[in-house]
Write a protein that binds this ligand. Structure first.
Ligand code: SF4
Length: 183
């Protein structure tokens, strides 16, 4: 199986989710959000096609990470490949965050996207809305986006937000590994 990436894996990120993370920058996004920071990742023919196994092997070689973050681009456009990578990450003891311009509810309706959800711990969903942009938000760009505890949401059959990131930066000033983390 192949995945189209916009860039090499980026280790040691502290801004793409909680803790120290390796970011997987997927290529291809249909949303065209006004003010997008990554327009080079929109073209579905851009970037480079690589084997999913290559990505997994790279993850095995990167040490001292808390988790991976699927970003882009929109990872949901390659949900099957992303689900395989996310599953492998969990088997390595890494937790999984995913950023998407789609909504959780949209993903639930599609079996491929739902399979990806089953392998995600935290989903940051919704398009970036320039008018809702704020620098006072943790791990998201605009207020409309939601930071969702995916496994609790699947279990309870309703959207469950990660409590500590519901609002502004003041809500979370210290880093504590929450229960949904695997390590
Ligand atoms: S979903 Fe993300 S990558 Fe896609 S256009 Fe919106 S901000 Fe840019």
């Amino acid at each position: 199986m192949k995945i189209r990436l916009a860039a090499d894996l980026q280790a040691d990120s502290i801004v793409d989710g909680e803790g120290i993370r390796t970011v997987i920058w997927t290529q291809g996004c249909p949303h065209n959000c006004k003010g997008c920071h990554n327009p080079d990742t929109h073209d579905f023919n851009g970037g480079a096609l690589v084997d999913v196994e290559y990505v997994i092997e790279e993850l095995r070689n990167i040490k001292n990470q808390d988790g991976i973050t699927l970003s882009g681009g929109d990872p949901v456009c390659q949900s099957e490949a992303c689900a395989v990578i996310a599953k492998a990450a969990h088997e390595m003891g890494l937790n999984v965050w995913c950023y998407t311009g789609y909504t959780y509810e949209y993903m639930l309706k599609n079996p491929k996207h739902k399979e990806l959800l089953k392998n995600i711990d935290v989903l940051v969903d919704g398009k970036f809305v320039l008018e809702e942009k704020s620098y006072d938000l943790y791990f998201k760009g605009s207020r409309n986006q939601r930071i969702i505890d995916v496994q609790q949401s699947l279990l309870k059959e309703t959207v469950v937000l990660v409590e500590k990131y519901k609002d502004e930066k003041e809500v979370a000033t210290t880093y504590e590994k929450p229960a949904y983390m695997f390590i």
